[in-house]
Design a binder for this molecule. Structure first.
Ligand SMILES: C[S@@+](CC[C@H](N)C(=O)[O-])C[C@H]1O[C@@H](n2cnc3c(N)ncnc32)[C@H](O)[C@@H]1O
Length: 216
């Protein structure tokens, strides 16, 4: 099947910057107490026996954090270069290549999904398909934590770390993402808006949602 153009350009862009990205962000969480707190809450709420996927895991530093929080975590990323780096940096963890638009996972198998700064590369018309996939693979009671830059704009980046890229980024409101998750069948546990720190321009949005229990 032919891949949509946005997946090809996102993959090529992250392939091009993977090594530089790993150097810049490998220790990002050390300076992010709010992110650490939300990851902690997510880890406590995830049904304990089930695996947890970090989708759009990049070089895997947050996947490792989830593992350290006691979860059976693995990573999935579109970029083969990101996955290669993640495997090298975290040899004890599993990392798979794949896209959140069509997850290579059976129905109702995950206890949790983390999508940290990865739905930002999904165009508006493809978001329902991604959230349907998240819903499909979670067990009832399973949790998803989505983290994203908040705004109302589309930016095309043509350069990063000195490399030519073509990377579309979509900034969204908490309300827009929450509504879209609701339409996919999710119930909300919590939402949080964090102000930008001195290195950031945009607010950060956090949405913690669950796949509700089956109604019998
Ligand atoms: C901004 S990086 C964030 C990486 C990591 N989650 C973090 O917080 O450091 C976005 C990542 O999402 C991945 N990504 C983008 N679109 C994706 C898709 N459709 N499926 C899976 N991963 C995707 C990119 O390859 C990239 O590694």
């Amino acid at each position: 099947m032919t891949e949509p153009g946005f997946l090809l350009s996102t993959r090529a862009s992250y392939d091009a910057v993977a090594a530089a990205y790993a150097g810049r962000f490998h220790d990002e969480l050390a300076a992010k107490p709010v992110e650490r707190a939300m990851l902690g809450a997510f880890a406590e709420l995830v049904p304990s026996a089930e695996p947890v996927a970090d989708i759009g895991c990049g070089t895997g530093h947050v996947t490792a954090r989830l593992r350290d929080l006691g979860l059976s975590a693995f990573g999935i990323d579109l970029s083969s270069q990101m996955v290669a780096l993640a495997r090298r940096q975290h040899p004890g963890l599993r990392f798979d290549e794949g896209s959140m638009t069509a997850l290579d996972l059976p129905d109702r198998t995950l206890g949790g999904i983390l999508a940290m700064y990865s739905i930002i590369h999904i165009p508006r018309e493809h978001l329902p398909q991604v959230f349907a996939e998240f819903h499909r693979v979670l067990v009832p009671g399973g949790r998803a934590l989505l983290v994203f830059q908040v705004g109302d704009a589309h930016e095309r980046r043509t350069e990063a770390f000195g490399q030519s890229i073509s990377l579309d980024c979509y900034w969204r409101s908490l309300e827009h993402v929450a509504e879209s998750l609701g339409r996919a069948g999710f119930a909300e546990d919590a939402r949080l808006l964090r102000e930008p720190d001195e290195h950031e321009k945009l607010q950060r949005g956090f949405l913690l949602v669950r796949r509700p229990a089956d109604v019998v």
